[in-house]
Design a protein around this ligand. Structure first.
Ligand SMILES: Cc1ncc(C[n+]2csc(CCOP(=O)(O)OP(=O)(O)O)c2C)c(N)n1
Ligand SMILES: [Mg+2]
Length: 360
């Protein structure tokens, strides 16, 4: 039974200084995988910076940044095969992009243009969920259906620390365990649910400890260590694919910025805490390790930076173009036949548009 319990301290393969800590259970990923991870981190950080700027420029309605959490984002995408499925939240845009969606398409939701800018079936990625923990139930239902159809699909479902207090979290974990489904629940514990700290969220020893209550294994991992994340998530995915059932992985990380641009985090946390986490940056440690191993040169770094800059500039260009939107789409796909009440609302909006077009 104790095999279901997580360790007392999170699995770590690279510490904040980039020093290797060998682990008997979780071997260090090979250099190619680490280089892929590092490239994803460089792109992810640049995308986060760019999106934060686009919010200030009024080009994005909102951006829940994953700044500081890029290792979780990148590992979640890299540990899955093509036919697998990812169920992300509003904060997981970098994971969506790391799995292949074009950044501009990933931003459609946060720009407020449409519910999702990509075709979920093309990428094996569900639409990003804003209602907390609902995506966990969708993920479990999806895995159940895939199994009934005899498909070899693994589902990775992401959520935050706050979302673990939702009833949906409990129902999803319980159903997945009882039906022994191929689901990896991946909790990014970034210490806060908007202004609510983890200490007000749970009295459990850790979020990974919740797993044993459902009869599935739980593991804790350093969420700023991409090497450890690739190893731990990779093992959880392999187990699920081999018929070993679901598991819960809790990554210990930190939300370096405010919840979104609509939040002022100086009101509920002190700068010393934020500063301490800046010293545990996910990019620095793997970079140091790769440089020390002679696996990363100055030329490689320049190429990675140039590629990230190219992504950011394409995103800027796309976001600066005014989208051609049809306001009537607001009322589409709600009912098979539009009821009179919605007709009336469209009438009000149409009149408003006509009036403002005449005025301007
Ligand atoms: C069902 C539901 N209740 C409340 C909210 C409002 N809300 C949005 S984000 C958030 C905090 C979530 O925190 P956490 O799960 O830790 O994720 P994080 O934002 O830290 O990534 C809340 C309460 C919501 N979106 N959905
Ligand atoms: Mg959180």
């Amino acid at each position: 039974m104790s095999a279901l319990l997580p360790r007392d301290t999170p699995v770590q393969l690279l510490d904040a200084e980039g020093v290797v800590h060998a682990d008997a259970e979780f071997p260090m990923p090979d250099v190619e995988e680490l280089l892929r991870g590092y490239a994803g981190l460089v792109n992810g950080r640049r995308i986060n910076d760019q999106c934060n700027a686009l919010v200030r420029q009024g080009r994005l309605a909102v951006y829940p940044a994953s700044t500081g959490q890029e290792a979780c984002q990148v590992a979640a995408a890299l540990c899955l095969e093509r036919g697998d499925w990812l169920f992300p939240t509003y904060r997981d845009s970098v994971a969506v992009i790391a799995r292949g969606v074009a950044p501009a398409a990933a931003m459609v939701l946060l720009r407020g243009d449409w519910h999702s800018g990509y075709d979920p079936t093309e990428y094996g990625i569900a639409p990003q969920a804003t209602p907390l923990a609902t995506q966990l139930l969708h993920a479990v239902g999806f895995a159940h259906a895939a199994r009934l159809r005899g498909e070899d699909t693994v589902v990775l479902a992401m959520c935050g620390d706050g979302a673990t207090s939702e009833g949906d979290f409990h129902e999803a974990m319980n159903f997945a365990a009882v039906f022994h489904l191929p689901v990896v629940f991946f909790v990014q514990n970034n210490e806060f649910a908007i202004s609510v700290p983890l200490s007000r969220q749970t009295a459990a020893p850790s979020l990974a400890h919740k797993a044993i209550g459902y009869g599935m294994p739980g593991e804790r991992v350093d969420g700023n260590d991409v090497a450890a994340l690739l190893a731990v998530l990779g093992a959880a995915v392999d187990r699920a694919r081999a018929g070993g059932g679901p598991s819960l992985v809790e990554a210990h990380t930190y939300r370096m910025l405010a919840h979104t641009n609509a939040d002022d985090d100086t009101r509920y946390r002190d700068r010393e805490e934020v500063q301490a986490w800046a010293g545990r940056d996910p990019l620095a440690r793997v970079r140091t390790h790769l440089l020390d191993a002679g696996a990363l040169t100055e030329t490689d770094e320049a190429e990675l930076a140039a590629a990230a800059e190219e992504i950011a500039s394409e995103l800027r260009y796309a976001m600066n173009a005014n989208p051609q939107l049809d306001p009537e789409e607001l009322f589409a796909h709600v009912y098979a036949e539009r009821p009179e009440t919605l007709d009336a609302q469209w009438g009000v909006l149409r009149d408003e548009i006509e009036r403002t077009e005449v005025d301007s």
